[in-house]
Every structure is written in structure tokens, then in C-alpha cells.
Design a protein around this ligand. Structure first.
Ligand code: NAP
Length: 286
């Protein structure tokens, strides 16, 4: 069997075209132009690239972006004050603080300072609670992107065995909740899981988000499984790879996502979707 490669770039392109149309419609009907504020602290090169890509994606669909950069040694109070100002700014519908923050910062305090109605990353406790109760307002962008990919490929989840490898707050846990919401039977594995293969072999759908190249080998995957690789790892050669042995697994799976070009483009796209959803809610409530 040779797997179908799920083209995240193409799916993202199609969703972004819809985003562009939604932005124009919002402007025409309600005179509202969606706005996203991005806050970057410090000089982590990867974070700078992520922020640049997010701003570019906003431009591509007509979302106004506001970028605020602070040096590594900025007083956390200055950043909290900026978030308070953005919470009150009617031009801003989404606020994103690029992670990681310097270790002097209390990350939770910063994330919870964002008005939950503008928390388009979905990391505020209110939005985490909403997700758990099945009333998600802003689903976290990476798992939301995975769900959209599965939907685009027509991959049903009801009653399926789904295994999520990775249990972080931003990917693994919300991923598992969203899959449960779709009536899948979900197992979550993490670094202390004994005999990972015993779980992964049960998966009809396997989602891997651990941050370790070649963690998942072909012998750990059931023939015909759908394999979604969220991992992004840069090898010493400079090459970007995911968490799975892509070449081996594509001979065994029914569907597989590549890295790059799989989940990555979907994550930024869902940030645009959440920002437009926020602007739409604000139009409806005014
Ligand atoms: P993270 O916070 O470091 O969490 C990694 C998770 O993987 C943890 O739950 C950890 O278990 C688990 N894990 C680590 N080693 C494992 C092993 N050997 N077996 C099973 N589980 C293991 O990372 P993250 O933020 O969730 O990101 C995960 C990966 O996805 C990274 O490569 C990241 O770059 C990538 N990512 C990609 C996108 C995208 O848009 N494509 C977005 C976000 C993240 P413990 O909980 O026990 O420590």
C-alpha cells in the first residue's frame, strides 16, 4: 500500500480563499476589518520566523495586523500593560503572544491577561474549559488544523481508535479532546508511556506530536492507518522532518502528512479562521 499524501498547503490555500471572502463580506456588511495583534518578546530566531509568517498570512487574506516587539529584558509589566491596551482596542479582534516567553515571565499570567473573547490561540483558561465541555470558542490552532485536514480528506472518526502521541497543553491534550468530541475512542501517550508501539499499533488514526525525529517507525503502524505528523524537527543537516519515518510509513499507511507541507500551513490558517470568527462575533454583538 502506498499512502495518499495529505497536502496541507493545498487545503490551507482553499481555507484561506474562504477567509479572504469572509473578510470582504464582514467589511461590506458590518464595516468591520478583522485585526490581529501579535506580541513578540525576545530574539528567538524561530519565533521571529513564526511571527513573520503569521503577519504575512494576515496580509494575504486582508486581516489587519499589529506587531509589537520587545527586547529580552523588557519588564513583564510593560507587556501586561500592552495586553490590557489591546484588550480595550476595538480594532483588535485577536491577540497572540508568541511562545516561548523568556523564563522571567509567568507565562500563565500573560496568557490569562488576554481577554478570553480575543484569545484566538485558545490558551486562556476560559477557552480551555469551553473546549473540555464541548463548547469550544477558539479551538487551539494546531489541533484545529488537524481536524480540518481529516474533514477535507473525508476521514470519519466516529468509533475509530485514535492514538495521540504527545500530551502538551497546546497540541496533544486539545487534540485528544477534539477527537473525543467527534466520538473517537482516544488514547493519549507521552514520554513515560511503556511500550509505545503497543498503543500505536491499535490506531486507525495516529496523531504524533512529540518533537522526536523517527519516533514512529513502520512496524509501529497498522496497515491502512491514517498518520498525522505534527512534529517539526530541524536535523543537524538543516533539513526539517517530523516525528515519523515518512518514507517507511508511506508504504504502509492509507494517508500520511508530510513535513514540511502538512500540519504546519494549517496551524497559521486556523489562526486566521479564529480571528475572523472573533471579528464576526463582535459584529453580531454590536
Ligand atoms: P512539547 O510541549 O515538548 O510536548 C511534547 C509531548 O510529547 C509531551 O507530552 C511529551 O511527554 C511527549 N513525548 C516526548 N517524547 C516522547 C516519547 N519518546 N514518546 C511518547 N511521547 C513523548 O511539544 P509540543 O509543543 O506539543 O510540540 C510537539 C511537536 O509538534 C514539536 O516538534 C513541535 O515543534 C511541533 N509543533 C508543530 C506545530 C505545527 O504547526 N506543525 C505546532 C505546534 C507544535 P511528557 O508530557 O511525558 O513530557
Amino acid at each position: 500500500m502506498t499512502a495518499k499524501i495529505i497536502d496541507g498547503v493545498a487545503i490551507a490555500k482553499s481555507i484561506r480563499a474562504q477567509c479572504r471572502a469572509d473578510v470582504q463580506e464582514l467589511l461590506r456588511r458590518a464595516g468591520i476589518s478583522p485585526g490581529l495583534a501579535v506580541v513578540l518578546v525576545g530574539n528567538d530566531p524561530a519565533s521571529a520566523i513564526y511571527v513573520r509568517n503569521k503577519i504575512r498570512a494576515c496580509q494575504e487574506v486582508g486581516i489587519t495586523s499589529f506587531r509589537f516587539e520587545y527586547s529580552q529584558d523588557v519588564d513583564p509589566q510593560t507587556v501586561l500593560q500592552k495586553i490590557a491596551d489591546l484588550n480595550a482596542d476595538p480594532r483588535v479582534h485577536g491577540i497572540l503572544v508568541q511562545l516561548p516567553l523568556p523564563c522571567r515571565f509567568d507565562m500563565h499570567a500573560v496568557l490569562h491577561a488576554i481577554d478570553s473573547a480575543k484569545d484566538v490561540d485558545g490558551f486562556h483558561l476560559y477557552n480551555v474549559g469551553a473546549l473540555i465541555t464541548g463548547n469550544a470558542v477558539y479551538p487551539p490552532c494546531t489541533p484545529y488544523g488537524v481536524m480540518k485536514m481529516l474533514e477535507y480528506e473525508g476521514i470519519g472518526l466516529e468509533g475509530k481508535n485514535v492514538v495521540v502521541v504527545g500530551a502538551s497543553n497546546i497540541v496533544g491534550k486539545p487534540m485528544a479532546l477534539m477527537l473525543m468530541q467527534r466520538d473517537a475512542t482516544v488514547s493519549i501517550c507521552h514520554a513515560k508511556t511503556r511500550d509505545l508501539a503497543q498503543f500505536t499499533l491499535l490506531a486507525d488514526v495516529l496523531v504524533v506530536a512529540a518533537g522526536h525525529p523517527n519516533l514512529i517507525l513502520p512496524q509501529m503502524v497498522r496497515t491502512g492507518a491514517v498518520v498525522i505528523d505534527v512534529g517539526i524537527n530541524r536535523l543537524q543537516t538543516g533539513r526539517l522532518v517530523g516525528d515519523i519515518d515518512f518514507e517507511g510509513i508511506r508504504e504502509k499507511a492509507s494517508h500520511v502528512t508530510p513535513v514540511p507541507g502538512g500540519v504546519g500551513p494549517m496551524t497559521i490558517t486556523m489562526l486566521l479562521v479564529n480571528t475572523i470568527a472573533s471579528a464576526t462575533r463582535s459584529a453580531l454583538s454590536s
